[in-house]
Design a protein around this ligand. Structure first.
Ligand code: F6P
Length: 359
Protein backbone atom coordinates (compact mmCIF):
# COMPACT_ATOMS: atom_id res chain seq x y z
CA UNK A 1 0.00 0.00 0.00
CA UNK A 2 1.22 3.52 -0.81
CA UNK A 3 -0.26 6.55 0.88
CA UNK A 4 0.49 10.26 0.79
CA UNK A 5 0.19 12.59 3.78
CA UNK A 6 -0.06 16.35 3.88
CA UNK A 7 -0.95 19.09 6.36
CA UNK A 8 -2.32 22.32 4.95
CA UNK A 9 -3.51 25.74 6.18
CA UNK A 10 -2.77 27.20 9.61
CA UNK A 11 -1.11 24.68 11.89
CA UNK A 12 -2.36 23.51 15.27
CA UNK A 13 -1.03 21.52 18.21
CA UNK A 14 -2.38 18.14 17.17
CA UNK A 15 -1.36 17.54 13.54
CA UNK A 16 1.55 15.24 14.39
CA UNK A 17 -0.55 13.27 16.87
CA UNK A 18 -3.15 12.66 14.13
CA UNK A 19 -0.62 11.57 11.49
CA UNK A 20 0.89 9.24 14.08
CA UNK A 21 -2.54 7.67 14.64
CA UNK A 22 -3.08 7.09 10.91
CA UNK A 23 0.35 5.65 10.22
CA UNK A 24 0.61 3.49 13.33
CA UNK A 25 -2.82 2.06 12.51
CA UNK A 26 -1.61 1.15 9.02
CA UNK A 27 1.86 -0.12 9.95
CA UNK A 28 0.33 -2.52 12.46
CA UNK A 29 -2.12 -3.96 9.94
CA UNK A 30 -0.69 -3.66 6.44
CA UNK A 31 2.17 -5.89 5.26
CA UNK A 32 3.88 -3.52 2.89
CA UNK A 33 3.39 0.16 3.44
CA UNK A 34 5.03 3.20 1.88
CA UNK A 35 4.20 6.60 3.33
CA UNK A 36 5.06 9.73 1.36
CA UNK A 37 5.02 13.01 3.26
CA UNK A 38 4.46 16.13 1.17
CA UNK A 39 6.17 19.29 2.38
CA UNK A 40 4.28 22.50 3.15
CA UNK A 41 0.76 21.35 2.35
CA UNK A 42 -0.56 21.35 -1.20
CA UNK A 43 2.66 23.06 -2.31
CA UNK A 44 4.49 19.76 -1.86
CA UNK A 45 1.90 17.96 -3.97
CA UNK A 46 1.91 20.63 -6.69
CA UNK A 47 5.69 20.89 -6.97
CA UNK A 48 6.45 17.24 -6.16
CA UNK A 49 8.33 18.00 -2.94
CA UNK A 50 8.07 14.94 -0.72
CA UNK A 51 9.98 12.40 1.28
CA UNK A 52 9.48 8.71 1.93
CA UNK A 53 8.79 8.48 5.64
CA UNK A 54 9.56 5.58 7.92
CA UNK A 55 7.96 4.39 11.14
CA UNK A 56 10.63 6.24 13.15
CA UNK A 57 9.31 9.55 11.76
CA UNK A 58 6.11 8.88 13.68
CA UNK A 59 7.76 7.94 16.93
CA UNK A 60 7.78 10.47 19.77
CA UNK A 61 5.49 12.94 18.00
CA UNK A 62 2.27 12.42 19.96
CA UNK A 63 3.10 15.39 22.17
CA UNK A 64 4.88 17.51 19.58
CA UNK A 65 3.04 20.62 18.33
CA UNK A 66 3.31 22.01 14.79
CA UNK A 67 3.72 19.61 11.88
CA UNK A 68 6.72 17.50 10.91
CA UNK A 69 5.74 18.08 7.25
CA UNK A 70 5.41 21.87 7.35
CA UNK A 71 2.34 23.66 6.09
CA UNK A 72 1.28 26.65 4.00
CA UNK A 73 -1.88 28.43 2.96
CA UNK A 74 -2.85 27.69 -0.66
CA UNK A 75 -6.20 29.44 -1.13
CA UNK A 76 -8.87 27.20 -2.64
CA UNK A 77 -10.12 30.00 -4.91
CA UNK A 78 -6.69 30.12 -6.61
CA UNK A 79 -6.35 26.36 -7.08
CA UNK A 80 -7.82 26.47 -10.58
CA UNK A 81 -5.66 29.50 -11.49
CA UNK A 82 -2.25 28.78 -13.04
CA UNK A 83 0.78 29.64 -10.87
CA UNK A 84 3.20 32.46 -11.78
CA UNK A 85 4.91 30.18 -14.32
CA UNK A 86 1.65 29.09 -15.91
CA UNK A 87 1.57 25.69 -14.18
CA UNK A 88 -1.87 24.06 -13.90
CA UNK A 89 -1.89 23.27 -10.16
CA UNK A 90 -4.69 20.71 -10.22
CA UNK A 91 -3.07 18.75 -13.05
CA UNK A 92 0.29 18.99 -11.26
CA UNK A 93 -1.20 17.53 -8.06
CA UNK A 94 -2.82 14.70 -9.99
CA UNK A 95 0.40 13.98 -11.82
CA UNK A 96 2.38 13.72 -8.52
CA UNK A 97 -0.30 11.39 -7.12
CA UNK A 98 -0.23 9.12 -10.20
CA UNK A 99 3.55 9.25 -10.54
CA UNK A 100 3.89 7.84 -7.01
CA UNK A 101 1.10 5.37 -7.69
CA UNK A 102 -0.63 6.30 -4.44
CA UNK A 103 -3.60 4.32 -3.16
CA UNK A 104 -4.81 7.26 -1.14
CA UNK A 105 -3.98 10.79 -0.07
CA UNK A 106 -4.58 11.69 3.58
CA UNK A 107 -5.18 15.41 3.99
CA UNK A 108 -5.20 17.19 7.36
CA UNK A 109 -6.62 20.69 7.41
CA UNK A 110 -9.44 23.17 7.94
CA UNK A 111 -12.19 24.51 5.72
CA UNK A 112 -10.12 25.76 2.79
CA UNK A 113 -8.03 22.61 2.81
CA UNK A 114 -11.19 20.51 2.86
CA UNK A 115 -12.56 22.29 -0.23
CA UNK A 116 -9.40 21.44 -2.17
CA UNK A 117 -9.54 17.88 -0.82
CA UNK A 118 -13.06 17.64 -2.24
CA UNK A 119 -11.88 19.09 -5.56
CA UNK A 120 -9.22 16.36 -5.77
CA UNK A 121 -11.87 13.78 -4.94
CA UNK A 122 -13.99 15.13 -7.79
CA UNK A 123 -10.92 14.81 -10.01
CA UNK A 124 -10.83 11.10 -9.22
CA UNK A 125 -8.21 10.83 -6.44
CA UNK A 126 -8.75 8.66 -3.37
CA UNK A 127 -8.97 11.09 -0.48
CA UNK A 128 -9.36 10.89 3.29
CA UNK A 129 -9.71 14.20 5.14
CA UNK A 130 -9.06 14.79 8.84
CA UNK A 131 -10.65 17.89 10.45
CA UNK A 132 -8.01 20.20 11.89
CA UNK A 133 -8.57 23.67 13.26
CA UNK A 134 -8.47 25.56 16.51
CA UNK A 135 -11.60 27.34 15.23
CA UNK A 136 -13.82 24.22 15.50
CA UNK A 137 -15.80 25.44 12.50
CA UNK A 138 -15.78 22.35 10.29
CA UNK A 139 -19.28 21.25 9.43
CA UNK A 140 -20.15 17.58 9.97
CA UNK A 141 -17.99 16.90 13.02
CA UNK A 142 -18.77 17.79 16.63
CA UNK A 143 -15.19 18.75 17.26
CA UNK A 144 -11.97 19.42 15.37
CA UNK A 145 -8.49 18.65 16.66
CA UNK A 146 -6.60 21.65 17.97
CA UNK A 147 -9.74 23.23 19.42
CA UNK A 148 -9.37 22.00 23.00
CA UNK A 149 -5.63 22.70 23.10
CA UNK A 150 -6.32 26.27 21.96
CA UNK A 151 -9.12 26.65 24.54
CA UNK A 152 -6.56 25.80 27.24
CA UNK A 153 -4.16 28.48 26.05
CA UNK A 154 -6.77 31.21 25.52
CA UNK A 155 -8.30 30.38 28.90
CA UNK A 156 -4.96 30.65 30.62
CA UNK A 157 -4.33 34.00 28.95
CA UNK A 158 -7.65 35.34 30.28
CA UNK A 159 -6.97 33.80 33.72
CA UNK A 160 -3.68 35.69 33.93
CA UNK A 161 -5.38 38.93 32.93
CA UNK A 162 -7.98 38.38 35.64
CA UNK A 163 -5.59 38.87 38.56
CA UNK A 164 -3.98 42.00 37.15
CA UNK A 165 -7.33 43.47 36.05
CA UNK A 166 -8.67 43.09 39.58
CA UNK A 167 -5.65 44.86 41.08
CA UNK A 168 -5.90 47.86 38.79
CA UNK A 169 -9.61 48.42 38.32
CA UNK A 170 -9.29 48.43 34.57
CA UNK A 171 -11.23 47.03 31.67
CA UNK A 172 -9.28 44.32 29.85
CA UNK A 173 -9.97 42.94 26.43
CA UNK A 174 -8.45 39.61 25.44
CA UNK A 175 -8.65 39.01 21.71
CA UNK A 176 -9.14 35.35 20.88
CA UNK A 177 -8.51 33.78 17.43
CA UNK A 178 -11.44 33.20 15.13
CA UNK A 179 -12.26 35.52 12.24
CA UNK A 180 -15.43 33.88 11.05
CA UNK A 181 -16.66 31.90 14.05
CA UNK A 182 -16.62 32.35 17.81
CA UNK A 183 -16.35 28.81 19.22
CA UNK A 184 -12.93 29.38 20.72
CA UNK A 185 -13.91 32.72 22.25
CA UNK A 186 -17.15 31.29 23.62
CA UNK A 187 -15.45 28.32 25.29
CA UNK A 188 -12.40 30.24 26.58
CA UNK A 189 -14.64 33.10 27.71
CA UNK A 190 -16.92 30.82 29.72
CA UNK A 191 -13.98 28.76 31.04
CA UNK A 192 -12.22 31.85 32.34
CA UNK A 193 -15.25 33.67 33.71
CA UNK A 194 -15.14 36.56 31.23
CA UNK A 195 -17.84 39.17 31.88
CA UNK A 196 -18.55 40.06 28.26
CA UNK A 197 -18.09 37.74 25.27
CA UNK A 198 -18.21 39.11 21.73
CA UNK A 199 -18.60 36.70 18.82
CA UNK A 200 -18.70 37.22 15.03
CA UNK A 201 -22.09 35.47 14.94
CA UNK A 202 -23.64 37.96 17.40
CA UNK A 203 -23.01 41.57 16.29
CA UNK A 204 -22.39 43.72 19.35
CA UNK A 205 -24.02 46.93 20.46
CA UNK A 206 -21.65 49.54 21.99
CA UNK A 207 -24.38 50.65 24.40
CA UNK A 208 -24.78 47.11 25.72
CA UNK A 209 -21.05 46.80 26.33
CA UNK A 210 -21.13 50.04 28.33
CA UNK A 211 -24.20 49.09 30.33
CA UNK A 212 -22.63 45.69 31.22
CA UNK A 213 -19.51 47.49 32.49
CA UNK A 214 -21.60 50.02 34.43
CA UNK A 215 -23.69 47.24 35.95
CA UNK A 216 -20.52 45.66 37.30
CA UNK A 217 -19.34 48.99 38.69
CA UNK A 218 -22.67 49.47 40.46
CA UNK A 219 -22.22 46.00 41.97
CA UNK A 220 -18.85 47.03 43.35
CA UNK A 221 -16.70 45.35 40.68
CA UNK A 222 -14.00 47.74 39.55
CA UNK A 223 -12.81 45.67 36.62
CA UNK A 224 -14.39 44.00 33.62
CA UNK A 225 -12.98 41.36 31.29
CA UNK A 226 -14.05 41.03 27.69
CA UNK A 227 -13.25 37.96 25.57
CA UNK A 228 -13.45 39.27 22.02
CA UNK A 229 -13.17 37.14 18.88
CA UNK A 230 -10.91 38.49 16.12
CA UNK A 231 -13.97 38.63 13.91
CA UNK A 232 -16.33 40.33 16.39
CA UNK A 233 -18.33 42.99 14.61
CA UNK A 234 -20.55 45.90 15.67
CA UNK A 235 -24.19 45.83 14.69
CA UNK A 236 -23.61 48.86 12.43
CA UNK A 237 -20.65 47.25 10.64
CA UNK A 238 -22.52 43.96 10.27
CA UNK A 239 -24.99 45.77 7.98
CA UNK A 240 -22.26 46.82 5.52
CA UNK A 241 -21.33 44.78 2.49
CA UNK A 242 -17.79 43.31 2.37
CA UNK A 243 -16.38 46.09 0.16
CA UNK A 244 -17.76 48.99 2.23
CA UNK A 245 -16.67 47.34 5.47
CA UNK A 246 -13.12 46.93 4.16
CA UNK A 247 -13.04 50.61 3.11
CA UNK A 248 -14.32 51.70 6.53
CA UNK A 249 -11.81 49.54 8.40
CA UNK A 250 -8.95 50.87 6.29
CA UNK A 251 -9.96 54.44 7.18
CA UNK A 252 -10.31 53.63 10.90
CA UNK A 253 -6.74 52.29 11.14
CA UNK A 254 -7.31 50.12 14.24
CA UNK A 255 -4.87 47.19 14.46
CA UNK A 256 -7.91 45.02 15.23
CA UNK A 257 -11.49 45.23 16.48
CA UNK A 258 -10.39 45.04 20.14
CA UNK A 259 -8.59 48.39 19.90
CA UNK A 260 -11.70 50.00 18.47
CA UNK A 261 -13.78 48.64 21.35
CA UNK A 262 -11.15 49.72 23.92
CA UNK A 263 -11.19 53.29 22.59
CA UNK A 264 -14.98 53.37 22.68
CA UNK A 265 -15.06 52.09 26.29
CA UNK A 266 -12.55 54.66 27.55
CA UNK A 267 -14.39 57.45 25.73
CA UNK A 268 -17.77 56.45 27.15
CA UNK A 269 -16.77 55.50 30.72
CA UNK A 270 -13.46 57.24 31.41
CA UNK A 271 -12.10 53.86 32.57
CA UNK A 272 -8.77 52.72 31.17
CA UNK A 273 -9.22 49.83 28.73
CA UNK A 274 -6.28 47.62 27.72
CA UNK A 275 -5.95 45.03 24.97
CA UNK A 276 -4.09 41.72 25.13
CA UNK A 277 -3.69 39.58 22.01
CA UNK A 278 -2.38 36.05 22.70
CA UNK A 279 -2.33 35.55 18.90
CA UNK A 280 -0.45 32.54 17.59
CA UNK A 281 0.36 31.23 21.06
CA UNK A 282 -3.14 29.76 20.73
CA UNK A 283 -1.94 27.42 17.98
CA UNK A 284 1.35 26.58 19.67
CA UNK A 285 2.76 24.16 22.20
CA UNK A 286 1.80 20.54 22.67
CA UNK A 287 -1.68 19.08 22.28
CA UNK A 288 -3.73 18.79 25.46
CA UNK A 289 -4.70 15.26 26.62
CA UNK A 290 -8.20 15.62 25.11
CA UNK A 291 -6.72 16.35 21.68
CA UNK A 292 -4.21 13.50 22.00
CA UNK A 293 -7.07 11.07 22.54
CA UNK A 294 -9.20 12.66 19.80
CA UNK A 295 -6.33 12.55 17.28
CA UNK A 296 -5.42 8.98 18.11
CA UNK A 297 -9.04 7.93 17.61
CA UNK A 298 -9.52 9.93 14.40
CA UNK A 299 -6.16 8.75 13.05
CA UNK A 300 -6.91 5.13 13.83
CA UNK A 301 -10.38 5.44 12.24
CA UNK A 302 -8.73 6.96 9.16
CA UNK A 303 -6.39 3.95 8.96
CA UNK A 304 -9.43 1.65 8.99
CA UNK A 305 -11.18 3.73 6.30
CA UNK A 306 -8.06 3.43 4.11
CA UNK A 307 -7.81 -0.33 4.64
CA UNK A 308 -11.54 -0.64 3.83
CA UNK A 309 -11.02 1.62 0.79
CA UNK A 310 -13.76 3.95 1.98
CA UNK A 311 -12.37 6.99 0.25
CA UNK A 312 -13.91 10.40 -0.34
CA UNK A 313 -14.69 10.91 3.34
CA UNK A 314 -13.86 13.11 6.29
CA UNK A 315 -13.26 11.20 9.53
CA UNK A 316 -15.54 12.94 12.01
CA UNK A 317 -16.35 12.67 15.71
CA UNK A 318 -20.10 12.56 16.23
CA UNK A 319 -21.66 11.93 19.65
CA UNK A 320 -18.41 10.40 20.89
CA UNK A 321 -18.09 8.00 17.94
CA UNK A 322 -15.77 8.22 14.94
CA UNK A 323 -17.80 8.33 11.72
CA UNK A 324 -17.09 8.69 8.02
CA UNK A 325 -18.84 11.67 6.48
CA UNK A 326 -18.83 12.14 2.68
CA UNK A 327 -16.71 15.13 1.68
CA UNK A 328 -19.31 15.98 -0.93
CA UNK A 329 -21.83 16.65 1.89
CA UNK A 330 -19.66 18.93 4.00
CA UNK A 331 -17.07 20.72 1.87
CA UNK A 332 -17.68 24.46 1.71
CA UNK A 333 -20.00 24.53 4.74
CA UNK A 334 -19.14 26.33 7.98
CA UNK A 335 -20.20 25.30 11.49
CA UNK A 336 -21.04 28.54 13.30
CA UNK A 337 -22.22 29.33 16.84
CA UNK A 338 -26.01 29.53 16.93
CA UNK A 339 -26.86 32.68 18.94
CA UNK A 340 -29.89 30.82 20.31
CA UNK A 341 -27.98 27.71 21.40
CA UNK A 342 -28.17 26.40 24.95
CA UNK A 343 -24.61 27.32 25.80
CA UNK A 344 -25.22 30.99 25.00
CA UNK A 345 -28.46 30.93 27.00
CA UNK A 346 -26.74 29.25 29.95
CA UNK A 347 -23.92 31.77 29.89
CA UNK A 348 -26.42 34.65 29.81
CA UNK A 349 -28.32 33.14 32.74
CA UNK A 350 -25.24 33.49 34.96
CA UNK A 351 -24.76 37.11 33.94
CA UNK A 352 -22.36 36.92 30.96
CA UNK A 353 -23.23 39.59 28.41
CA UNK A 354 -22.87 39.08 24.66
CA UNK A 355 -23.77 42.77 24.15
CA UNK A 356 -26.10 41.55 21.48
CA UNK A 357 -29.77 41.92 20.65
CA UNK A 358 -31.05 39.61 23.39
CA UNK A 359 -28.86 40.99 26.19
O1 F6P B 1 -7.81 29.06 10.94
C1 F6P B 1 -7.19 29.11 12.16
C2 F6P B 1 -6.70 30.47 12.49
O2 F6P B 1 -5.87 30.23 13.57
C3 F6P B 1 -7.74 31.54 12.81
O3 F6P B 1 -8.36 31.44 14.04
C4 F6P B 1 -6.89 32.78 12.68
O4 F6P B 1 -7.68 33.89 12.45
C5 F6P B 1 -6.04 32.44 11.52
O5 F6P B 1 -5.90 31.05 11.50
C6 F6P B 1 -4.71 33.09 11.50
O6 F6P B 1 -4.03 32.65 10.38
P1 F6P B 1 -2.56 33.05 9.97
O7 F6P B 1 -1.63 32.30 10.84
O8 F6P B 1 -2.45 32.66 8.55
O9 F6P B 1 -2.46 34.52 10.20
Amino acid sequence: MKIGLLTSGGDCQALNATMRGVVKGLYANVDELEVYGFYDGYKGLIYSKYRLLTSSDFSGILTKGGTILGTSRQPFKLMREPDENGLNKVEAMKSTYYKLNLDCLVILGGNGTQKTANLLREEGLNIIHLPKTIDNDIYGTDVTFGFYSAINIATEAIDCIHTTAASHNRVFIVEVMGHKVGWLTLYAGVASGADIILLPEMPYDDKKIISAIERRHKNGKGFTILAVAEGAISKEDAKLNKKDLKKKQEKEHYPSVSYKIAEMITKETGVEARVTVPGHTQRGGSPCPYDRVLCTRLGSAAAKAIMDQKYGNMVAMINGETKLVPLADVAGKLKVVDPDCKMVKEARRIGISFASKDD
